[in-house]
Design a protein around this ligand. Sequence first.
Ligand code: ACO
Length: 379
Amino acid sequence: MSEPEFRPGLADVPVAESAISFIDGKRARLEYRGIAVETLARESCFEETAWLLLQGDLPTQRQLAKFDDHLRHRRRIKYKLNDLIKCLPETGHPMDALQASVAAMGMFYPSRDVTNQQSNWDSVVRLVAKMPTVVAAFARLRHGDEAIPPRDDLDHAANFYYMLFEREPSPAIRKVLDACLILHAEHTMNASTFSGRVTGSTLANPYTVVSSAIGTLTGPLHGGANEEVLDMLEEIGSIDHVKPWLEHAVANKKKIMGFGHRVYKVKDPRATVLQELAENVFAETGRPKQYELAMELERVAAGILGPKGIYPNVDYYSGIVYKALGIPRDLFTPVFAIARVAGWLSHWLEQLKHNRIFRPEQIYVGKHDVAYVPLERRP
Ligand code: ACO
């Protein structure tokens, strides 16, 4: 039998059959359970979108009301978890704090029996409900401020904003934050989802599954890109530097952060709808300088990187929006995580129905039949 072909990065290799989301990278189309993501970002809310992903269909009015109520009443975290978060180094990255806290959360809610569907669903609701509380708690506790308890009279996005800033968001800010959660909730077989699936395939508990996925999301080639976009825009500095900076970067084979995607060969549809909703926020806050700079870079890059199918992805603009909302830079990826948990858990539930442990092949390129030389005979 011939050796199987090695595809670095598993590019184009299917690793699952999934009915959760779909991307057409040439037509700029992303669907959750068949519904265009732009429609969801404009018309839906995160709670409804999470149900859609997790359960497969839009909820009925009663289902949504019940799910929303369950989420609202599971936002609080154990005081011991709060104490654990207090003990984490304040200089540490919030993604590491989130990963550690989610792994620890699993110790409070034993959920080892993943054949128990009720327990699985309880874990899903808990993880979706509590992750924003963990992120907001670390964001405040690291500065010596008290964590702000969640409010159950606010929806998911507004409550998260409230726990960060101790004030309610304006309608435009609530809408754009909610849309960001929707736009980041799911994205087919990306690295963190695959990571969660690999961990889930061992029948590990859902908290461990999500903490694996959080770890995978931290890297700058995945969720960490939105932080680096702001660094890059700072480095460029002003509109007249854009063209020479880009030409120099491309000539030196430097990656332009927030550009490019394994699947999209046109502009990411999420970036387009995010820009549209962000304009309503900028009408209140003023258009940030970085946004003007980013649009100019996108314009110039269309001529240079466009022919290679490299266009802005969602994280090109999300960091600029979060910054305009006052969200600290190192919380950008945790905001991504509190959205993507809905996707990770949808894949986990889907996979459990026909689970088989992941055990891929490798192509061995090492030595054979090497003699063992006793230590005393070695130099
Ligand atoms: N800037 C400049 N050139 C790029 C970029 C970019 N952002 N992305 C890809 N290219 C070029 C590569 O240099 C390479 O060129 P070559 O064929 O001449 O060597 C070619 O396009 C293919 O690039 P790969 O890195 O092999 O593409 P891959 O599909 O493996 O990577 C990735 C996709 C990781 C997203 C890549 O485009 C990248 O690093 N982008 C910047 C980081 C980023 O924005 N990540 C966020 C991803 S979206 C998300 O997680 C929500």
